[in-house]
Design a protein around this ligand. Structure first.
Ligand code: ZN
Length: 154
């Protein structure tokens, strides 16, 4: 099998659902976490990691059967996988293809590292971060997250 054939197979195998392609290599599991899918799902998942890619060298691919992800859901992953492409599949055909764009504010995805932050108090306050390029600023206490965003995912 040539790499080209293998690639087609990887992306076209599901009947209905979402294929997230061009995920930064090694980030597929973090992407699942951000999407809130990891461990709790009835969807059928398949994950391909470190797939050879002409564009990125190595990439991860995620396939989620039976679920079409909404734009707001997938935009969150732009934080850790800015080159990801989203393919919506219906009856084995790609019916929609879109990139991801980082939202101006992300809510409920990242935990504030400041233990004194009100979003870490017992009150049910959802975390909120303003996205500033590759950095995040807490909307409550102005704490900055400047690296390893994935390690702060709730
Ligand atoms: Zn905070």
């Amino acid at each position: 099998m040539t790499p080209g054939q293998n690639r087609t197979l990887l992306v076209s195998q599901i009947k209905d659902g979402t294929v997230i392609d061009h995920i930064t290599a090694g980030e597929a599991l973090n992407v699942l976490t951000i999407l809130g899918i990891a461990g709790t799902t009835t969807e059928s998942l398949s994950i391909a990691t470190n797939v050879a890619s002409r564009k990125e060298g190595r990439k991860d691919i995620l396939k989620i059967s039976g679920r079409e992800l909404r734009k707001e859901e997938v935009d969150r992953i732009a934080l850790i996988a800015p080159h990801a492409t989203i393919n919506i599949i219906r009856d084995y055909e790609v019916v929609e293809k879109k990139g991801v764009t980082v939202p101006p504010v992300i809510k409920g995805v990242v935990k504030c590292p400041n233990p004194g932050c009100i979003s870490n108090a017992k009150e049910p306050i959802e975390s909120a971060f303003e996205v500033l390029g590759k950095e995040l600023r807490c909307c409550y206490c102005d704490w900055m997250i400047t690296k390893n965003i994935a390690s702060h995912i709730i």
